[in-house]
Design a protein around this ligand. Structure first.
Ligand SMILES: *Cc1c(COP(=O)(O)O)cnc(C)c1O
Length: 350
């Protein structure tokens, strides 16, 4: 009997959550239909509900946030266009070169502050209308910024960027994989978002705890185009209502509780601060803790030590570690993690 084995504490990402009993019940009792015929009541409800929350006309439920981002970029650009985003952006770093492949577009990287940039940054990176230059047609923001350690934009900052985009007839997309973390942290209303963005990708499977899925939001016209593109990419699906039911449940029950994840993340940062081996911790604004250690070896040793204690975290580059709190990370687990951190042996710093 392996009765001494402790439960694994998985802090690699907020994608690792499993459906709660309530969510499973919602999935089991879902009324479904064929979504390619637009006959899945749960999918239709999820799309309308999410659009309504963000003040948008329509939504399209997709298997992943990568797909919703890639569809948005594809329908808002023409081949040869250029997309402005931050150098830390997920769409640039972690989508397999999708912008080049799916949209035949180039990327203009802004060097913002922890992945956030300003209206001035946008202005400085818009190309003049000249045959030599790619046509700047899209700006993409990420909120919260994953690689920036979960920092967020406020609505005022978003409004200012949106204004510049509109003045220059440039579309604005939001990668909102963790947009609810931003909203809970700022206390702002999602209903305002629709005014500022052409498209928004909202993830249901990260902090919100649904097993699968993101919803792309936009105007009726853009979502009709998006649906065609989803089909082309192989994302037209059938009785997806079982998954949509989980998404609806997540929107109804798992938004406000994100503040608990934020509190736990801050407590982890406080514990890390006590460790001499930790050189720097990015400010903890939401549910992501990114910290730097003195060397690649120390980083590996740190991760190995955690793993021996059944705790998983992610290497983030050579000398950084990322910890992400989520629905399945409890106060009891937090206490265990803090004890484990307090007992960290002295690690070689070279
Ligand atoms: C996770 C993530 C995505 C992509 O979501 P998948 O569903 O894993 O494809 C996009 N953007 C950001 C910022 C993310 O963290």
């Amino acid at each position: 009997m392996q009765t001494t084995l402790k439960e694994i504490i998985d802090l690699r990402s907020d994608t690792v959550t499993k459906p709660t009993p309530g969510m499973l019940q919602a999935m089991l009792s879902a009324q479904v239909g064929d979504d390619v015929y637009e006959e899945d009541p749960m999918v239709n409800e999820l799309q309308e509900k999410t659009a309504h929350i963000f003040g948008m006309e329509a939504g399209l439920f997709c298997p992943s946030g990568t797909m919703t981002n890639q569809i948005a970029i594809r329908i808002l650009t023409q081949p040869g266009d250029e997309v402005i985003c931050d150098r830390l952006a997920h769409i640039y770093n972690y989508e397999g070169g999708g912008i080049a492949v799916n949209s035949l577009a180039s990327v203009r990287l802004v060097h913002g502050e922890r992945g956030r940039f300003t209206p001035q940054d946008v202005l400085e990176n818009i190309n003049d209308d000249n045959v030599h230059y790619p046509r700047t047609s899209l700006v993409a923001l990420e909120n919260t910024v994953n690689k920036g350690g979960g920092c967020y934009y406020t609505l005022d900052q978003i409004a200012a960027i949106s204004k510049v985009c509109r003045q220059h007839r440039i579309s604005l997309h939001l990668d909102g994989a963790r947009v609810f973390n931003a909203l809970v942290a700022t206390g702002e209303s999602p209903a305002e978002y629709g005014k500022y963005f052409d498209t928004i990708s909202v993830c249901l499977s990260k902090g919100l705890g649904a097993p699968v899925g993101s919803v792309l939001l936009g105007s009726h016209q853009l979502i009709a185009k998006a649906k065609r593109m989803r089909k082309l990419m192989g994302g037209g699906w059938r009785q997806a209502g079982f998954l949509a039911a989980a998404g609806i449940y997540a929107l109804d029950h798992h938004i406000q509780r994100l503040s608990e994840d934020h509190i736990r993340a801050r407590k982890i940062a406080q514990a890390l601060q006590q460790l001499p081996v930790v050189e720097e911790i990015l400010p903890v604004d939401t549910n992501i803790v990114i910290f730097k250690l003195s060397s690649e070896k120390t980083t590996q040793d740190f991760l190995t030590y955690l793993k021996e204690q059944q705790i998983l975290a992610s290497a983030f580059g050579k000398d950084k570690i990322r910890i992400v709190t989520h629905l399945d990370f409890t106060d009891a687990m937090l206490e265990r993690l803090i004890v484990v951190l307090q007992k960290l042996p002295v690690l070689a710093t070279k």
